[in-house]
Design a protein around this ligand. Structure first.
Ligand code: COA
Ligand code: MG
Length: 315
């Protein structure tokens, strides 16, 4: 049952992170609704989507609702706490920590020390709860100029618990004093920095931020395709209608791509057994990195197969 499942460590590397649905923690109706939507991950927010006066009530509401996610969905469910440095984040964590909490998101991260502070409290809470140490995963949002500048160091120095980064274009654009445009050219450097930093520290591929124009499906798809092209493995979504298109774009591998990846894997593993590590497949040079990339594509395809509408088959 849910009880046993939640006590054991999740295999995050084998968990698709295509969609991370944000829900304001003070909105009971949306919290209930989020349970039945097939997001890969659900983030219940205590930070920017909740007014200061509603935060105490939102903590209690989240604490009450978290166990329902365990039984209703296989999505990973977590909480975005308030920034380290505020008077709020410790109380946030004490209030919501329970066996059903799969992860926390640390907003506006600018230094690995902040993640170490959160890690230390999570370690204590895990002992109190009697769950495996490290079971509660951690995402760090990079959404300030200093965060962008330092995310490489953060990735290298952060506790092992840090899974990857979530990029925050909205706060960043406000801080930089620029307007977000359709093609997102203005944040290309920041996005690429976050993608590279996540992998440089051995973290999972990063997650991109949300698309705010709720009625613009074409824009959502185009920017999501761009996110994937840049190396993100998923993105934040803020409305149920955004889930399916985003999950599809981060899942899709054309028949041709898949067939080619399989030919590369087959051909390379055959010659490798005979001591050869460079061949031509379909007129294209293949060595170890090309082979590893092809193998990863095939594995990802197997992992995500049949999981566009949910993640029932994914683990
Ligand atoms: N999670 C769960 N359910 C959601 C949802 C969300 N993020 N956004 C909308 N819904 C639900 C609505 O409750 C509604 O269901 P109902 O008819 O059963 O009540 C349905 O989906 C359609 O919603 P709609 O009326 O189109 O949107 P809205 O006006 O209620 O809400 C937003 C629009 C933008 C306020 C809302 O989508 C939202 O709060 N998004 C999350 C924002 C957030 O957390 N941001 C912080 C981090 S980026
Ligand atoms: Mg914000």
């Amino acid at each position: 049952g849910a009880f046993g499942r939640r006590r054991v460590m999740r295999d995050w590397a084998a968990t698709p992170l295509r969609t991370m649905l944000f829900v304001p923690g003070s909105d009971e109706r949306k919290l209930r609704k989020a349970r039945i939507l097939n997001a890969d991950t659900v983030a219940l927010d205590l930070e920017d989507a909740v007014t200061p006066d509603r935060k105490p009530a939102a903590r209690q509401l989240i604490r009450t609702e978290l166990p329902a996610f365990s039984s209703d969905t296989r999505a990973a469910v977590g909480v975005r706490i308030n920034p380290v440095g505020t008077a709020l984040w410790r109380d946030d964590l004490h209030a919501v920590a329970c066996e059903s909490l799969d992860f926390v998101i640390v907003p506006k991260t600018e230094h690995a020390d902040q993640l170490r502070e959160v890690d230390a409290l999570l370690t204590d809470l895990e002992v109190e709860l009697g769950v495996e140490g490290g079971r509660i995963g951690m995402f760090a949002s990079i959404e300030t100029p200093l965060g962008v500048l330092r995310c490489g160091e953060i990735s290298l120095d952060a506790p092992e618990r840090l899974l990857t980064f979530a990029f925050g274009p909205v706060d960043l654009s406000a801080d930089l004093g620029l307007d977000l445009t359709g093609d997102g050219l203005e944040l290309l450097y920041a996005r690429s920095q976050v993608v590279v930093a996540a992998r440089a520290g051995g973290r999972l591929p990063a997650i991109d931020g949300p698309y705010l124009a709720l009625d613009d499906l074409a824009g959502l798809k185009a920017t999501t395709a761009r996110s994937r092209q840049l190396g993100f493995q998923g993105r934040v979504v803020i409305h149920p209608d955004q889930l399916q298109p985003v999950a599809e774009i981060f899942s899709e591998l054309t028949e041709a791509e898949l067939a080619q990846a399989r030919r590369i894997v087959d051909a390379f593993s055959a010659v490798e057994r005979e001591g050869v590590a460079s061949i031509a497949v379909d007129g294209q040079f293949v060595d170890y990195p090309v082979y590893h990339r092809a193998r990863r594509k095939v594995m990802l395809h197997e992992l995500l197969r049949g999981s566009v509408n949910g993640n029932e088959d994914a683990r």
